[in-house]
Ligand binder design. Sequence first.
Ligand code: SAM
Length: 210
Amino acid sequence: MSNFSPLSLDDVRTAGQRLAGGPLPADFWPQCQTLLEELLRWNQSIRLVGHRAMGEAWLNLALDGLAMVPLLGPGRLLDIGAGAGFPGLVLALALPALTVTMIDGRAKKVSFQKHAARLLGLGSRVAPVVGRAGEGALAGQSFDFVSLRAVTDVAGSLALARPFCRPGGLILLPRAQADEAACLANGMAIHPYELPQLGRRLVATLRAPA
Ligand SMILES: C[S@@+](CC[C@H](N)C(=O)[O-])C[C@H]1O[C@@H](n2cnc3c(N)ncnc32)[C@H](O)[C@@H]1O
């Protein structure tokens, strides 16, 4: 996106540390750089994401994913509609005690998830799945955390997430500021954050009854 000011790696790290709310693994930044470079390289021949430049990818994919870190802990995360692996892969890199299942209906996107997981040495901590949640895929499985970013509206996201969230588990929806009213109307808690150049966004959460 041409109207983005260039971001230095220092700017990115400072913002990312603030969003994550605590220390990240020592190899997080170089691993994330490798992930985004590989994504943009694949994206030249197979359209996976709308972003074309590194600055945009750092902001929208990496930093935006880090905003969920303070709300997560050890356990199992299901990222529904993860696309090329976002936020799932960023969260797997940021949180070594988290295992991440990513599901998407588009096989080409899941191929990239598998390739990136191998490249980054994420091994058995990451499980990429081709399929559509709500249509039988992963039926009967339950997770400590369920996230959906940019998949469908708030009520539709909650309907997709609920069957996969264990009692007492947490559903997380990273959303635009404009969705705050819809999140509140669905009984969700709001966790606002600020992205450099992109402004205020939020992660809305809903705790499943224990
Ligand atoms: C706009 S993309 C967002 C991808 C990623 N979450 C991100 O933020 O970059 C939405 C993705 O959701 C996937 N999707 C939509 N409904 C789905 C469902 N029921 N199960 C699995 N994937 C779904 C689509 O295939 C698409 O890749």
